[in-house]
Every structure is written in C-alpha cells, then in structure tokens.
Design a protein around this ligand. Structure first.
Ligand code: SAM
Ligand code: SF4
Length: 451
C-alpha cells in the first residue's frame, strides 16, 4: 500500500451504503410516497427487514450511530409496541403476506433488550412474515451488554449471525473512547455464540481512534486473528463532530495523523491477508468459506445499509426511529426524533420524514456504483444492456475524470470495462465519487473521510 499516494485521497465522501447517499434525501418524500413504494413490492420475491433498536446504556465517545442513551430498560417497552404498530401500518400497504430472506436488528444496541422484550418483538415479526428456509437472521451485540442466557434466547428465536462490537483491545484506547471492554468479555460472548451454533460471527473494529498507533493496533490484530471470527469489519473512524457533539469529548490531539491511520490500515490488511482472510471490499474481510466470500466470487455480493451483504439485492423495509427502507424505485427514511416517531405511530401515520424517488439517471449511476463497490469491475456492456445508453457517451465526463486513477495504477481499462486494482480498493469511495451526480457543487465537508 502506497501511503504517500493514498494520503492525497483522504477527503470527505459518502460510504455508498446507498446511492444516492442519504444526505441527498429530501423532505419532499413523505408517507404517501412510502405507501407507494410499499404497494409496489412484489410479494413473489423475498425481502429484507431491518429493525433499529436505538438504546445504549453508555456513551462511546467515537460513536456516530443513531443512539438514545438510557439505563432504563422499560424505555424499550413502548418502543416495541410502536414497532409492532408500525408493522401493521406497513402491512396495510403491502397487502400480501411477505416472505423474508434476511432480518437484521441493529442499533444502538439490540442486546439492550431483555429476554421478554426480545421474545415479544420476534413473536410479532414471526406472526406477520414468512421466513424462507435458510434465511439470514442477524443481530449486533455489544459484548458488555450480553450474557450466555441472552445468546441462548437469541439462538432459540432463530438468530444465526451476530456482529460483535470490539473496536480495539488496547486499554488506553478503550479509556480514551469511554468504552472499557476487557478481552475476556469479548471472549465469553464469542465462545457462547460458537457454542450455540451461530453460523457467522463478525468483529467490528475501528482504525483512527485516539491513541492508536501501528504498534497498539498490531497487538489488537493478533488478538483478533487469534479468535478467528468469520468476518471482520475495520471501519475508518468517522470523525463528524458537527453531527455528533460528544466526539468532542475525546482529545483531538490524541487522534492519529492521516499517515498513522493509513499505516494502521496497511498493517491490518496485510495481517488479515496473511491470516487467510479475503478482502471483500472497502472495510470488510471474511474467511474463504464464509458466504460473503462465496458471493464475492460468484458475483452475487451486494451492498446495503449494513455494509456488504449476500442478500442485499432484495427490497428492504426498515422499522423504528431513523430506519431507512430501500426499494426498487427509491428510499424512505423514518423520522430521527423518538417523540415524532411515537406521535406518528399513535396517529396511525407512517413515520416517514425524508427519502428519494429514483430518477432514471439515479438508477443508472446506482448500478454503476454498485458494480464498482461490490464487483470491483465495471462492465460497460451490462450497463448498456440494462439502460439503453451508450456508456462512453453518457459517462464521457466521468471517463475523463477517472483518468487520474488510471494514471496512479488504481484503475485499469480492459475490454470496455474498468477494473479496480488492489491499490484502488482503498480509494473505492473516491472512485465512486466520480460517478456521483449529487456531489457536483455540493459541500463535501458533511461526510467522513474516505480513507
Ligand atoms: C451499532 S454499533 C454495534 C453494536 C453495539 N452498539 C456495540 O457497539 O457493540 C455499530 C458499529 O458501528 C461502528 N461505529 C460506530 N461509530 C463509528 C464511527 N464514528 N466511525 C466508524 N465506525 C463507527 C462500530 O464499530 C460499531 O461496532
Ligand atoms: S458504539 Fe455501540 S454501544 Fe457504543 S454508543 Fe455506539 S451504538 Fe452504543
């Protein structure tokens, strides 16, 4: 990895969990548009479901997720009741009973929920949806907030995948970010998940946190590869204090320089590859026999709001505060305010606050960005077949702009296709930005850094 070269590309940009990025959503899209998107779902095709559980007991200073901080578990009760009512409001639109092939509980901290609350929510989901055999049922777990009993409950409820928040094993880094998580806590959660037969376990790590150095992160990496989780995400720390004021509670001088961040990333990628992990794309790695690696090989890999996914090509309904739904014709996002969310649900209204209906140009660029970010190869012909355009004409400006990446050895032209090189994988966000029509003339300071 050429650090000097990559430094030039460390600039604000979207993470492309969607195209257009959520920052392009507008309040013009409301409950009526959402109803239309829901009505258009084809019941013959299985869908994905996402439930946002926003609660966390403690604040991690680095966190950029949509979180409500509380130690009061009772707060989750009205929330589950509202999720249940929201499912009914959605079902009024979709009419037919839908099939599900992927379910995800994210947060915040879904493991904040008690056994009873988990049982109640899952029972309500199973009452309303049919799950296809082998469906992926996953949850984000905070090792500090789970127990063998809870993992048993989750296994009994059908959960078969889990993502553990680890971030960094170094005690000084953990102190600096207000997340004390001794290694044995992670180990216990990991062992219990394995014992209960979870199919795939993911570790979330972050590079770019305060006090991290290559040496400290190297020690973290040794511990990580010692566990041998099926998947590993190494997120670039999104430092966005203008959105998340609590990030200012970390000492800014303790943040590693761009150079150090890139050295950490370089070390981590190298170490993971030596340990036999496959680089799936951007920040994701997986063992060769994991479904994610298999789908990278067979071209079925997708990208959705949770990152990379084997089944993300389906339409996705999002439930709960801040959740985003992704449909063939557009996106709809629920309100970010819990008060407004409850108010809408009580009034029998879908809690949609923003969204976007895709234009033909959006669809085209979405397909281009998806190919680049999941397949690392953009075949002009497949775009031409799907959209009836002449690629070189439609993207004349973009093809000129990618010349810079070609010159730097990050992209390669081959047989009317663009291939992302090993080096180019690290700047895939920057490459996608060339094809992003919403960035033209936009203030890019609103995004986190690309590498
Ligand atoms: C919802 S949390 C995971 C579940 C649980 N709350 C936990 O922390 O263990 C999702 C993940 O987002 C990542 N994350 C949160 N804030 C981030 C930031 N500012 N930059 C990069 N990644 C971040 C962390 O790796 C975290 O594990
Ligand atoms: S990282 Fe996880 S536990 Fe920490 S505040 Fe964010 S969502 Fe909550």
């Amino acid at each position: 990895m050429e650090i000097e070269l990559l430094k030039q590309y460390s600039k604000p940009g979207p993470r492309y969990t969607s195209y257009p990025a959520a920052t392009a959503f507008t309040p013009d899209v409301g409950a009526e548009d959402y109803s239309m998107l829901l009505r258009d779902i084809d019941p013959a095709r299985a869908i994905s479901l996402y439930y946002h559980i926003p609660f966390c007991r403690n604040i991690c200073y680095f966190c950029a997720c949509n979180v409500i901080y509380t130690k009061n578990k009772e707060k989750a009760e009205p929330y589950i009741a509202a999720l249940t009512r929201e499912m009914d409001l959605v079902a009024e639109q979709t009419q037919a009973r839908l099939k599900v092939e992927q379910l995800h509980w994210g947060g915040g901290t879904p493991s904040f929920l008690s056994h009873e609350q988990m049982n109640m929510l899952m029972a309500q989901i199973y009452r309303r949806y049919d799950f296809v055999p082998g469906a992926e049922i996953s949850i984000e777990l905070d090792p500090r907030e789970t127990s063998p009993e809870q993992i048993g409950t989750l296994a009994d409820l059908g959960f078969n995948r889990a993502s553990l928040g680890v971030q960094d094993f170094d005690p000084s880094v953990q102190t600096a970010v207000n997340r004390i998580q001794p290694e044995d806590i992670t180990e216990q959660a990991y062992n219990h998940l394995r014992a209960r037969g979870f199919r795939s376990i993911n570790f979330d790590l972050i590079y770019g946190l305060p006090l991290q150095t290559v040496d400290t992160f190297a020690k973290t990496m040794e511990k990580v590869v010692g566990f041998r989780p099926d998947r590993i995400s190494i997120f670039n720390f999104a430092y966005v204090p203008w959105l998340k004021k609590h990030q200012l509670r970390m000492n800014k001088e303790d943040l590693p320089s761009t150079e150090t961040r890139l050295q950490i990333l370089s070390y981590a990628v190298d170490r993971l590859q030596k340990a036999g992990y496959v680089h799936i794309g951007m920040d994701h790695f997986a063992l060769p026999d994991d479904e994610l690696t298999v789908s990278l090989r067979d071209g079925s890999l997708r990208r959705n709001f949770q990152g990379y996914s084997t089944r993300g090509g389906t339409e996705l309904i999002g439930f709960g505060v801040t959740s985003i739904g992704e449909f063939n014709s557009g996106y709809a996002q629920n309100t970010k305010s819990l008060v407004d969310y409850y108010r809408a649900i009580e009034a029998g209204r879908l809690p949609t606050e923003r969204g976007l209906i895709l234009t033909q140009d959006d669809r085209l660029r979405k397909a281009v960005i998806r190919q680049l970010i999941t397949g690392l190869e953009l075949k002009f012909e497949t775009i031409e077949q799907a959209f009836d355009v002449r690629f070189e004409e439609y993207f004349a400006r973009e093809l000129e702009a990618v010349g810079e990446f070609v010159d730097q050895g990050m992209l390669r032209f081959a047989n009317r296709s663009l291939c992302v090189t090993e080096q180019g994988r690290f700047v895939i966000r920057n490459i996608c930005m060339v094809f992003d029509a919403y960035l033209l003339g936009q203030n890019q300071g609103r995004y986190s850094n690309t590498v």
